[in-house]
Design a protein around this ligand. Structure first.
Ligand SMILES: *Cc1c(COP(=O)(O)O)cnc(C)c1O
Length: 354
């Protein structure tokens, strides 16, 4: 039986995407070849790559606005350094909202100065700093839209004339935003888009070419743009599966419809966390993520019972990140509302039993 999969990443994808992708492993579009064995230079795959890049821009509302979409390798973690390699001449401003931001800052420091414009480290990253000042001498400002580990999410992005770079790994395509506010968006596919192995990068082209250093080809956004994301062999299967997910998003009403579903799911779970005296939310209420809900069980003696109950109900992947503990329910686009109901029922059943 299919599990109610709350895994933080790699994570649940739409069931029909799993089906189509598995079919393509056996026979891709009646070519008599597997998606795993066709040439990445074949017309069939070039079409896949183009459709994936176009759908990404279309869904984000960025078509014809000077943006290019790329599917690169090396995960979001490679973007931590690639962003700085391509954009950091002297100094960059970073908002520190947790482990992923901290790692991005560490990499950027290899290329220039980093001004940490604000940090929520003082309260274990339970909140999103607000009202901070972005210095006028930075080359760009970097933030993390959704903090997968702590369950916090930026609701309002700052206004700055500087390019905004955003790590949207765990909430891309989950909510409507004015994406044209951002100059570079990156997201490891395995959180809301596809299997691990590819990273979506969306770049406003005119921010490139401003640093003086020479950039190795694989690290150079311009080269990847000029080569239409085919400078070297792309992660063929991961790109194909991501394309299927993008088609699924479009067919099901686009980002607006995803957002509506995600808000319903989050509201259902958070209201149980707040109403049930056995549980406590981890993140500040106003900064709560619709993607990753973090919470703790107040009475440790009930842990074994609770863990047994949710596992028996078919729930998977509910343990919190090792650095935070407790529980984390990741409710990415493909997780159905019914799965959230199953978890909420287990939580209220535990209250009745306790
Ligand atoms: C998972 C995650 C990353 C790291 O992604 P990789 O693809 O494993 O390198 C970076 N940022 C955020 C916000 C994440 O959730």
């Amino acid at each position: 039986m299919k599990k109610h999969n709350y895994s933080a990443g790699p994570c649940i994808l739409p069931q029909e995407v799993f089906q189509e992708a598995s079919q393509a492993v056996l026979d891709f579009n009646n070519t008599g070849l597997s998606i795993l064995e066709i040439s990445h230079r074949s017309k069939e795959f070039v079409d896949v790559m183009e459709e994936a890049r176009n759908l990404a821009l279309e869904l984000l509302g960025l078509e014809g606005k000077g943006y290019k979409a790329l599917f690169l390798q090396g995960g979001a973690s490679t973007q931590f350094l690639m962003v700085a390699y391509n954009l950091l001449q002297v100094k960059a401003g970073y908002l520190n909202t947790g482990a992923w931001s901290t790692k991005a800052i560490k990499e950027a420091k290899l290329f220039g100065d980093v001004a940490e414009v604000a940090s929520s480290a003082d309260k274990d990253f339970r909140y999103i700093p607000k009202g901070y000042f972005i210095p006028s001498d930075v080359d760009y400002f970097h933030c993390t839209s959704n903090n997968t580990i702590y369950g916090t999410q930026i609701k309002e992005f700052p206004n700055t004339p500087k390019p905004i770079v955003c790590d949207m790994s765990s909430d891309i395509f989950s909510r409507e935003l004015d994406f044209s506010k951002f100059d570079l968006i990156y997201a490891g596919a395995q959180k809301n888009l596809g299997p691990a192995g590819t990273t979506l990068v969306v770049i406003k082209e005119d921010i490139l070419g401003k640093v003086e250093r020479s950039i190795p080809s694989m690290m150079d956004y311009k080269i990847h743009i000029n080569k239409a994301s085919m400078f070297n062999t792309p992660a063929v299967f991961a790109v194909y599966t991501s394309m299927l997910t993008l088609r699924w998003i479009k067919k099901n009403g686009g980002i607006a419809a995803m957002e509506e579903r995600n808000e319903k799911k989050a509201a259902l779970l958070y209201s149980e966390i707040d109403i049930n005296p056995l549980f406590q939310g981890y993140a500040d209420k106003k900064d709560r993520s619709t993607m990753n809900a973090t919470f703790t069980l107040l009475n440790d003696d009930l842990k074994e019972t609770f863990d047994t109950m949710w596992k028996e109900a078919g729930v998977n992947g509910l343990n919190g990140h090792r650095s935070v503990g407790g529980y984390r329910a990741s409710m990415y686009n493909a997780l159905p509302l019914e799965s959230v109901q199953v978890l909420v029922d287990v939580m209220s059943e535990l209250e009745r039993k306790a």
